[in-house]
Every structure is written in structure tokens, then in C-alpha cells.
Design a binder for this molecule. Structure first.
Ligand code: MN
Length: 236
């Protein structure tokens, strides 16, 4: 089934990620079917990247975009095709303490998508899928084009339209569409002490970024604890 690879990579006794239910068979979609879901998850793992997921045949087709989507049509963003994820993954936000993808996941954008082609499977097979996004942050026409450089390597490109432009969307709109939180707040809501040892990434730019997030999360948690104590004193 489509989720075999997704499940093989993860230990669901140690990860809060949804195991998901696989669709029984690849039912052909009717023209009249419900709108298709899409999301982008900002994922701080060994590297910061953005996971674009498009619902198709009951699962989420997924591409990891290291630099994130760009609204500038002249910018082609590398998008590595990765394993299908369960539909339930589309609302996931939280902390993966260890193992595959260990780090912090933020629901950065969500909405619906629409193919701009008649036959999506044929377009995927050809390596050229044109589609429209209707999210909070990403809108309008896009294309995913397979490159010949490497297996699984695609490019994500914005088409020129009302929603394209020079705005750096990742910088302009960095927060979660689910919680409104940034990475430190997502970690603070979980277990900020989780990576006192055995950080998912230690060195380099990403390591430094995670270090800062851990410190901010610990401060947020300490401030919340102080507020709780004040409330308790007041109420006793
Ligand atoms: Mn990822």
C-alpha cells in the first residue's frame, strides 16, 4: 500500500506523528468529488525545509522543498519527492523527539488544491504537474517539474499571476496557520527539556538555530510557570 514506506521509517511508539489509515484502493476521483487538501509543513530537522503535500488517491503526495516555496516566477525551488503521507498528517504540528524526521513540525500553510490538467496521474508520470493552490499564504498557479538530474528531484515554480511577486513569503509569514505559533512556542507547548542531550542536530547553522529555539522555549515555559504560581498564590 501507499503508506508502507511512511510507516517503515517511523516508530509510532516513540513519535507523535499519525500512523494514518491507508485507503483500501486507489479509487479514481470523480470530477464532482470534494476539494483536494494541500498543506505545507515547515520542518526543522537535520535541515530546515518545507514539506509540500497534495492530497491524491486518499494520501498526501509529498515533496521536501529545502528553501521553501517562492512567489517569484523566475525562482525554481528544488523539491525532493518523498514518501506519501497519510491524510491525517495534514493537520499535524508538534515535536518529533527522536528517530526519522526528529525535530519540530509547524503547519505553515493549508488549504485546497486543484489540478490544472485533466489527467493528474499522466501528468505525474510525465513529470509536469500544473496546479492551483488556495491556501492562506500560497495561492494561484504553480507547477512541479521533474528534473533529469536525479531520481526524485523536481522543481517547484510559481506561474506569473495575481499571486506571484517579489515578496519573500517565508520571511513575511513565518508562523503556523494552526496555532499562530513559531518554533519556540511549539516546542514550549511540548517538552522543552527534551533535547537537553541528544539533539536532532547539533552543529552548523541548523544546530545554532535549534539551540536558540530550545533556549526561547525554556524561557517561555519558565514564564508560564511563574504566571501559574502567581495565580495559585492569588487563589489560595
Ligand atoms: Mn520533512
Amino acid at each position: 500500500m501507499a503508506l508502507d514506506e511512511y510507516r517503515k521509517k517511523r516508530d509510532f511508539t516513540r513519535s507523535p506523528e499519525p500512523k494514518g489509515s491507508a485507503p483500501k484502493r486507489r479509487a479514481p476521483l470523480k470530477k464532482t468529488s470534494a476539494p483536494l487538501f494541500f498543506c505545507v509543513q515547515k520542518h526543522l530537522a537535520s535541515r530546515l525545509h518545507y514539506d509540500l503535500r497534495l492530497e491524491w488517491h486518499g494520501v498526501l503526495m509529498s515533496w521536501a522543498v529545502p528553501k521553501g516555496p517562492s512567489l517569484d516566477p523566475s525562482v525554481k525551488r528544488l523539491a525532493m519527492h518523498v514518501e506519501d503521507h497519510p491524510k491525517e498528517y495534514g493537520t499535524f504540528e508538534g515535536v518529533i523527539p527522536e528517530g526519522y524526521g526528529a525535530g519540530i513540525v509547524m503547519l505553515w500553510d493549508e488549504g485546497t488544491w486543484q489540478p490544472e490538467v485533466e489527467d493528474v496521474d499522466a501528468a505525474l508520470g510525465k513529470g509536469d504537474l500544473k496546479f492551483t493552490l488556495d491556501g492562506y499564504k500560497l495561492k494561484g498557479s504553480w507547477v512541479l517539474v521533474k528534473t533529469r538530474r536525479e531520481a526524485n528531484s523536481w522543481l517547484l515554480i510559481k506561474h506569473r499571476d495575481y499571486w506571484s511577486g517579489a515578496l519573500d513569503i517565508a520571511e513575511f509569514a513565518p508562523l503556523s496557520v494552526k496555532s499562530g505559533d513559531d518554533f519556540p512556542a511549539i516546542l514550549a507547548a511540548d517538552t522543552p527539556a527534551i533535547w537537553r542531550t541528544n539533539r536532532p542536530v547539533a552543529g552548523g547553522e541548523t544546530g545554532a538555530m535549534l539551540q536558540g529555539i530550545i533556549e526561547q522555549a525554556a524561557q517561555l515555559r519558565a514564564a508560564a510557570e511563574r504566571a501559574r504560581k502567581r495565580m495559585r498564590r492569588r487563589n489560595s
